[in-house]
Design a binder for this molecule. Structure first.
Ligand SMILES: [Zn+2]
Length: 186
């Protein structure tokens, strides 16, 4: 599979797309991404960093359910559908627009947690991933100050497999996948 596949607000999952998945710690990921993830988790653990792979592949139906649930939660606090959908879309991709549907995205938390953590980026685990994931083909997909480019607010827990050497290049130049695809001829 094309590890540089761009999925965002304006780029949907291609028609007929079917990821080649495998299971790691009970979570489904793209086969190549899973192998890289396993190596990364081992390296983290060797450095005393206890990470948990929280979420990987999500089906279209699951993503749709997450999106709908979030919208109705906001609407319950007196928002219009438009407002609720707009706020939801800052943090959660709409169905067919989530990288999780490719199996190339992984969410992490600390070993003792069971959900994404707002402050993950300040914890040793989040810092380790931000500083080291590029060595294994992963990038911090939604960095701070890049929301105007990615369309998604800072998510310290969400990492995307793009493969080597792309992850190294993006890390070294501090650019997002969108910028990488735009500036480099690949
Ligand atoms: Zn995610």
């Amino acid at each position: 599979m094309d590890s540089l596949l761009l999925i965002d607000r304006t780029h949907a999952i291609p028609e007929g797309f079917s990821p080649d998945l495998t299971e790691i710690n009970g979570i489904l990921l793209d086969k190549t991404a899973a192998q890289a993830c396993e190596e990364m988790l081992t390296a983290a653990s060797d450095s005393g960093i206890r990470l948990k792979l929280l979420s990987g592949y999500r089906s279209r139906e699951y993503q749709r359910g997450l999106f709908r649930r979030s919208v109705s939660e906001y609407m319950a606090s007196d928002m219009s559908y438009r407002e609720a959908a707009a706020i939801t879309a800052r943090y959660l991709a709409a169905p067919a627009h989530s990288e999780h549907e490719t199996g190339l995205a992984a969410d992490f938390c600390t070993a003792d947690a069971d959900d994404t953590q707002e402050g993950f980026g300040s914890l040793p685990e989040g810092k380790w991933l931000a500083a080291n994931s590029h060595k294994f083909g992963f990038i911090l997909r939604y960095p701070r100050m890049k929301e105007h480019i990615t369309g998604i607010a800072y998510e310290p827990w969400h990492f995307r497999f793009v493969g080597l050497p792309h992850s190294e290049r993006m890390f070294a130049s501090g650019i997002t996948l969108e910028e990488y695809l735009y500036y480099y001829e690949i």
